[in-house]
Write a protein of this length. Structure first.
Length: 396
């Protein structure tokens, strides 16, 4: 009888505690994170998603932000607050600029920005005088971290040079130093071309030839899309393909004249995230994302998750949701983030890029994680990937 009364009392106390916590949460101050996206973004077209190219997104990364928000509710409680996520869309670059201004006017100062590089560039340039932090989660272009950088634009997605440095490290570690380069013709491809050429020079890789392909049905351009012709004649160890859309790259394996491995946009690719990564708690994060989105997590998804997690970490550590306080902590050396990829991550002071490990994977396996052993740095090994401070052209 006494035991029964004790259990009843215990249950009442537990219920009261849960009610108190619930009440305090809903009465707390709200920190709203805006998720801003471009409508009709070609990167998320049905055709792109259906093809499931190795380095392309499988859907909008909004689900990544949702997962991070669910994980971070107790981070906000430390500051007597709670997080909310607000999704906003715009049809044009001008719409997104107006949307940022509108969010700031409503007291929303932290925005996850999902848009192509050209759009991110315009939005960031037009909002420099606002009290806002933009998290770039889906634009890899180096120029956003170099000449066209902005102090309020943070990048959780790795840039082209980080990815190419990781790939170059792996090639050198395997002693595959002779590379045939198949260069893409599009603007985004050209950025990837330049990044790989930079990495090759940095790590002592020889480009035996650079051949520009063009994916076209025009018979006058058959020499530029014939893989046998493009891969003939040179003595090389691997074939590097720069193809940001993925359609040409998927045809290269098993069609080259010589039986060589393919790397870059197909075969073995450098990535921010891979569903098959098995260490550092990654399977648990992958499962939470798949339960939410109904698909595997890819780079953009991870970057959106990381953006919200970084904000939650800053709120927890500062015990504040004040914009200036949280912003200053995000940009400080004190910020240390668990990326679920091993090494602790933080934002570089000179270009606002999140330093992080890079995974080198195939369609169904992670072969290696960069930076690889033997590639050293005087301060932070992660800064062997991408633009080090002495190499940066960024000026705030």
């Amino acid at each position: 009888m006494i035991k029964h009364k004790y259990k009843t009392l215990q249950g009442l106390l537990l219920g009261l505690c849960l009610w108190c916590v619930s009440t305090s949460i809903w009465a707390a101050d709200v920190l709203t994170v805006a998720y801003l996206q471009l409508e009709n973004d070609a990167r998320y077209s049905y055709e792109q998603r259906f093809a499931r190219y190795l380095t392309q997104p499988l859907g909008r990364p909004y689900a990544g932000a949702q997962v991070a928000l669910a994980e971070s509710k107790f981070h906000a409680m430390v500051a007597g607050a709670r997080f909310e996520l607000k999704r906003v869309s715009g049809k044009t670059d001008e719409d997104l600029v107006a949307a940022v201004k509108q969010q700031v006017a409503q007291g929303i100062h932290f925005i996850v920005l999902d848009a192509p590089a050209a759009t991110v560039e315009k939005v960031a340039a037009a909002t420099t005088d606002l009290e806002v932090i933009l998290f770039n989660v889906s634009a890899r272009a180096d120029r956003l971290r170099q000449a066209n950088c902005q102090a309020h634009l943070l990048h959780t997605l790795p840039n082209d040079s980080m990815l190419m440095d990781a790939l170059a490290q792996y090639l050198v570690s395997r002693k595959w130093r002779r590379v045939l380069m198949l260069a893409g013709p599009k603007t985004e491809d050209q950025g990837l071309n330049v990044a790989f050429e930079r990495a090759a020079k940095r790590y002592g890789i020889t480009l035996t030839a650079k051949r520009v392909y063009e994916l076209s049905n025009d018979p006058r351009k058959r020499d530029q899309n014939n893989i046998a012709l493009l891969t003939n004649g040179d003595n090389y160890d691997v074939i590097f393909v720069a193809d940001t859309e993925g359609e040409f790259a998927r045809n290269v394996p098993y069609h080259s004249v010589q039986p060589k491995l393919v790397v870059g946009s197909e075969g073995l690719a450098p990535m921010a995230w891979h569903w098959a990564w098995e260490r550092h708690g990654a399977p648990q994060l992958e499962k939470r994302f798949e339960d939410t989105a109904g698909r595997a997590m890819r780079d953009y998804d991870w970057a959106a998750w990381m953006a919200v997690k970084a904000l939650a970490e800053a709120v927890q550590r500062t015990k504040s949701i004040d914009f200036s306080t949280v912003r200053d902590y995000l940009l400080s050396e004190d910020l240390v983030l668990d990326s679920f990829k091993g090494n602790r991550s933080s934002f570089r002071s000179w270009d606002r890029q999140l330093r992080q490990p890079i995974l080198l994977g195939t369609h169904n396996w992670v072969v290696a994680r960069a930076p690889l052993d033997g590639f050293l740095h005087q301060k932070n090994k992660l800064d062997t990937l991408g633009f080090d401070e002495r190499e940066s052209d960024c000026e705030f």
